[in-house]
Ligand binder design. Sequence first.
Ligand SMILES: NC(=O)c1ccc[n+]([C@@H]2O[C@H](COP(=O)([O-])OP(=O)(O)OC[C@H]3O[C@@H](n4cnc5c(N)ncnc54)[C@H](OP(=O)(O)O)[C@@H]3O)[C@@H](O)[C@H]2O)c1
Length: 330
Amino acid sequence: MERRRIGASALEVGAIGLGCMPMHWAYTASQQSGEGALRAVHAALDAGVNLLDTADMYGPFTNELLLGRVLRQRRPDVFVSTKCGLLVGEQHIVANGRPGYVKRACDASLRRLQTDAIDLYQLHRPDPEVPIEETWGAMAELVAAGKVRSLGLCAVGARAHRRAGGGLYDTTIRQLARLQQVFPVSCVQAELSVWSPEALDALVPWCAARGVGVLAAMPLGNGFLSGTLTPGQGFEPDDVRARHPRFTAEMMAANQPIVAGLRRVAERHGATAAQVALAWVLAQGPHVVPVPGTKKERWAVQNAGAAGLRLTHEDFAEISALPPVRDSWA
Ligand SMILES: NC(=O)c1ccc[n+]([C@@H]2O[C@H](COP(=O)([O-])OP(=O)(O)OC[C@H]3O[C@@H](n4cnc5c(N)ncnc54)[C@H](OP(=O)(O)O)[C@@H]3O)[C@@H](O)[C@H]2O)c1
């Protein structure tokens, strides 16, 4: 598989990563399967993937524990990226960016992951109660201590914090500029997909100009862009899509032309709609690495296969001409 640099660091990853969140978080708990997920991770690694993206809060903790079983056997094959700064409470998820907490969280992640060092340590969400430089300074100390190799910032929550009239990533870009004064940002994790291209306006170019990598989260539109979901199929209450404005029966039906377009392109290449969606993300810059999430072996392998798919000008033109996404955010 093609390799890509993570930011200005010497660290390289396979062009397609594996998002491990669906194994223990956000998607319905009834479908979680520990051993199946383990097979998916091994299959992805065998297919040339090395970046495994997790977080302490996925589970919480169970996703890192699962990856620890893999790392114990195959540490040289893996670039492990995890996250700190969000705590799962009884009722709410709360941010904690206090330096002492971040350092304890790192030690706990290292234990669960059964490794001496985390390749990429990401701040999951800035804590509004703590200046971001203080949190980042503590993370930089973890690099100095050899517990972490590079640092990243997640900006996946940007949509929820969008201010009227501003760009979706204005706040993120201001935060990144502040962080760069403290310690280099190796990469930013942001939503990027055919139906969520907003990061291309300012964030992805900002990163390209500064040698910062981009991990593209939700590159399959939470599964929608694969075309395997049916409008009106419904989601269990613990699945994020049960409350997601793009996953009502009405919006899923309204957005079918996007899936149909991806399928038309896929047919020309003997590929799947999911692979076309991933190839489109990959083409947005050599610093962009999609991390499609799955707990299924066959999809992990299929997604890795997208690294070899080159879309043509005709394909890009067809995807650009697809109707914009319909949702109640627009
Ligand atoms: N930093 C953050 O705050 C943040 C937020 C969101 C996501 N992320 C990261 O980004 C990763 C990707 O996001 P995501 O997992 O939410 O969304 P995604 O990659 O857009 O889609 C995941 C969904 O697509 C399904 N899927 C995967 N490959 C498929 C294929 N080839 N054909 C059909 N369906 C397929 C999965 O099903 P199964 O689950 O049944 O396998 C899962 O339901 C996460 O795993 C996580 O690592 C980070």
